[in-house]
Design a protein around this ligand. Structure first.
Ligand SMILES: [Zn+2]
Length: 113
């Protein structure tokens, strides 16, 4: 499924397909943050750095963007990290997420400062 297909799918259909989808999509605000396409920003949940998943939904990870990537793009490579191409750590738009090695990730972080 592409990001566009997800946004054009009825919530009732998503609910049938996967409850984690429903959970995530029910908690995003679509906002243009200057990246190629708008960001899907998770609602603030008290953590200063990343949107976190509640304990009951941590099957795929504790951070919302990791869970989103896992569901949308399939299995993750072990040891890899998810980088935000848009620079918005609360964003879960799968088109804005990229799987990178920890070394690559550190380089991205350095080049931003
Ligand atoms: Zn984004």
């Amino acid at each position: 499924m592409t990001a566009d297909e997800i946004m054009n799918t009825k919530v009732s259909e998503l609910l049938k397909q996967d409850t984690i989808w429903f959970y995530l999509l029910n908690r995003i605000g679509v906002e243009d943050k200057g990246y190629i396409t708008p960001c899907w920003l998770m609602e603030y949940n008290g953590d200063s750095e990343y949107a976190l998943m509640p304990n009951s939904r941590r099957k795929f990870g504790s951070r919302a963007h990791q869970v989103a990537y896992h569901i949308w793009k399939g299995e993750r490579v072990q040891g890899c990290q998810i980088h935000h191409l848009c620079g918005q750590t609360y964003c879960i738009n799968p088109d804005h997420l990229e799987e990178v090695t920890p070394t690559q990730h550190a380089k991205y972080r350095q080049s931003r400062t």
